[in-house]
Design a protein around this ligand. Structure first.
Ligand code: HEM
Ligand code: NAG
Ligand code: NAG
Ligand code: NAG
Ligand code: NAG
Length: 346
């Protein structure tokens, strides 16, 4: 009996919610201006504190946003833990023992929900904003851009999708370009966004083949990396992706000109034969403002990949878990949001 009433209730709520939520499809820089003007300043201050604690976390945020967007769009799916219903993205090959920063995402989410007094900011928007802030904090104001907002969070995630849609460090140039094209991104996006490797670190397991087998590598550079990364063992030993791993600058591209890219995939962007990709690497290596301009345009484009908007998806309360079904209906309608219904624990 109780469950029949509950089902009816859900039906009513669902119907109400359908009529009451305004439709909006486009992302916008002003999305939280009215509903929670403190949201962006709060995110920024938690990101700032986290970077002071550990500069690498800025790189980890940028990568989380990338790995979110390239797998079924920027929908916060990368943050979901495995459930009985699905195996999530965290254990997919490109992510396992590699993506990081989840505790600080939780910290941001808690701070922003507290400042807004209720969960209105999506986890997907938190990733996009934390990435934008990290780049500006570690690189300077010329790298700041108005981040587009209004994404909602996915209610599911897929390990297979993560394995199939993220590029790998052993990819050739044509595999990298094919991967980016499959997401609607072009050659310029590939070269500009690979500039994300101006910050952060890679584990030995991802550059071992390059330093022992590749021929387009500076021999002194390779020899010094072999001390960090033996042929056998030390898989998780870290090396910086460029010589200034806590600065968003153009040294990543300068290194490529000297065959000092850390990953095979990095060096694929520069072969020294005058290709279009070579020309972009050369341009960015010489001109920080050309890099900033193209990086910003490309990361905004990446942030627009298949966002959930309007009534699609949900605003999670905990970035690691989808909400219970009732809570989704409840929260999608502002009219009924303040009624408390005993057994609905969310
Ligand atoms: C073009 C294809 C790309 C490949 C093959 C690739 C691959 C990798 C690999 C293998 C690592 C090291 C992971 C580890 O060892 O645990 C890494 C780190 C990183 N990647 Fe990429 N990546 C690509 C593009 C991007 C893009 C587009 C961005 C962002 C705009 C990005 C941002 C980062 C950052 C910031 C790190 C360092 C993370 C940290 O230190 O926590 N990457 N990437
Ligand atoms: C699994 O999916 C069902 C139906 O969509 C949902 O009711 C349930 O809460 C989900 N379980 C978990 C652990 O997410
Ligand atoms: C290098 O290439 C050889 C021969 O193809 C292969 O057996 C080896 O696993 C590769 N990687 C390393 C780190 O030597
Ligand atoms: C440069 O080399 C790559 C592969 O090594 C090749 O695919 C490309 O066509 C070359 N480009 C030019 C302009 O020679
Ligand atoms: C719900 O409650 C909050 C705070 O108690 C209030 O600011 C908001 O206006 C209420 N919403 C509705 C639709 O009554």
């Amino acid at each position: 009996m109780a469950s029949i009433i509950q089902s009816l209730l859900v039906l009513v709520l669902a119907t109400l919610a359908t009529f009451m939520v305004p439709c909006s499809a486009q992302l916008s820089p002003n999305f939280y201006n009215k509903v929670c003007p403190k949201a962006l300043p709060v995110i920024r201050s938690v990101v700032q504190r986290a970077i002071v604690r550990e500069p690498r976390i800025g790189a980890s945020f940028l990568r989380l946003h990338f790995h979110d967007c390239f797998v079924n769009g920027c929908d916060g799916s990368v943050l979901l833990d495995d459930t009985r219903n699905f195996t999530g993205e965290k254990t997919a090959q490109p992510n396992l023992n590699s993506i990081r920063g989840f505790e600080v995402v939780d910290e941001i989410k808690a701070a922003v929900d507290k400042a807004c007094k209720r969960p209105v900011v999506s986890c997907a928007d938190i990733l996009a904003t934390a990435a934008r802030d990290s780049v500006a904090i570690l690189g300077g104001l010329h790298l700041w851009y108005p981040v587009l907002l209004g994404r909602r969070d996915a209610r599911t995630a897929s390990k297979d999708a993560a394995n199939n849609n993220l590029p790998a460090p052993f990819f050739s140039f044509s595999q990298l370009l094919t991967n980016f094209n499959s997401h609607g991104m072009n050659l310029k996006d590939l070269v500009a966004l690979s500039g994300g490797h101006t910050i952060g670190f890679s584990r030995c397991t991802n550059f071992r083949d390059r330093i022992y087998n590749d021929t387009n590598i500076n021999p002194t550079f390779a020899a010094s990396l072999r001390r960090t990364c033996p042929r056998v063992g030390g898989d998780n030993n870290l090396a910086p992706l460029d010589p200034t791993p806590a600065m968003v600058d153009t040294s990543y591209y300068k290194e490529l000109l000297c065959n000092k890219g850390l990953l095979h995939s990095d060096q694929e962007l520069y072969k020294g034969n005058g290709s279009e990709s070579d020309k972009l690497v050369k341009l960015y290596s010489e001109n920080p403002f050309a890099f900033a301009k193209d990086f910003k345009a490309s990361i905004i484009k990446m942030g627009n990949l298949k966002p959930l908007t309007g009534r699609k998806g949900e605003i999670r309360r905990n970035c690691r878990r989808v909400c219970k079904l009732y809570a989704v209906f409840l929260r999608s309608s502002f009219i009924i949001e303040n009624y408390s219904i005993g057994s609905l624990d969310y």
